[in-house]
Design a protein around this ligand. Structure first.
Ligand SMILES: [Zn+2]
Length: 162
């Protein structure tokens, strides 16, 4: 029995129940809208989406959806509504999309996560995980990566079995 692994899984459960421990620094999502598929990104310069609405208003239902779904893990304020934006329709859409997680495919992300023994950085890129913790170096998996798998369930292409 790998007791170290059991402790990792227990910690992961705790962290996944406290999503405010997580802060997203970067994100790349393929978003299936009603009419087309778009790429939504978050980085140090903020949100970006390839949909026509974003090009005009710098806010769109796809970003508003991710703001809802990832709320406790985003430490930046929601984007302000724009003049000329159909706010009622966009809020409506975002509320519906947020319940339809199969629209959201996460291609990559970088987060920091406040663990019991300090902050760690977790990244994911097209199926490849990385974490700067000792457990990850030893096992290729850590409480932090397991917690992120749980928190992003249904939005990652293929979940690792733990
Ligand atoms: Zn958009």
């Amino acid at each position: 029995m790998d007791y170290g692994m059991i402790s990792q899984i227990e910690k992961a459960r705790l962290y996944a129940n406290e999503p405010e421990r997580v802060t997203f620094q970067a994100l790349n999502v393929t978003f299936k809208g009603d009419n087309d598929t778009y790429t939504v990104t978050l980085d140090s310069s903020g949100w970006h989406c390839t949909c026509p609405g974003f090009q005009t208003h710098y806010i769109c239902p796809h970003i508003m959806t991710l703001e809802r779904v990832l709320k406790p893990m985003l430490k930046i304020p929601p984007l302000p509504y724009a003049p000329g934006q159909n706010v009622v329709s966009d809020v409506d859409k975002a509320a519906r999309y947020a319940t339809e997680k199969d629209r959201i495919l996460i291609n990559g992300f970088t987060v920091s996560i406040r663990g019991n023994n300090g902050d760690h950085s977790v990244s994911y890129d097209s199926g490849a995980w990385n974490c700067d913790s000792n457990s990850f170096r030893m096992r290729g998996v850590s409480s932090h990566t397991i917690a992120m798998e749980r928190l992003l369930k249904g939005m990652l292409p293929e979940a690792q079995k733990v």
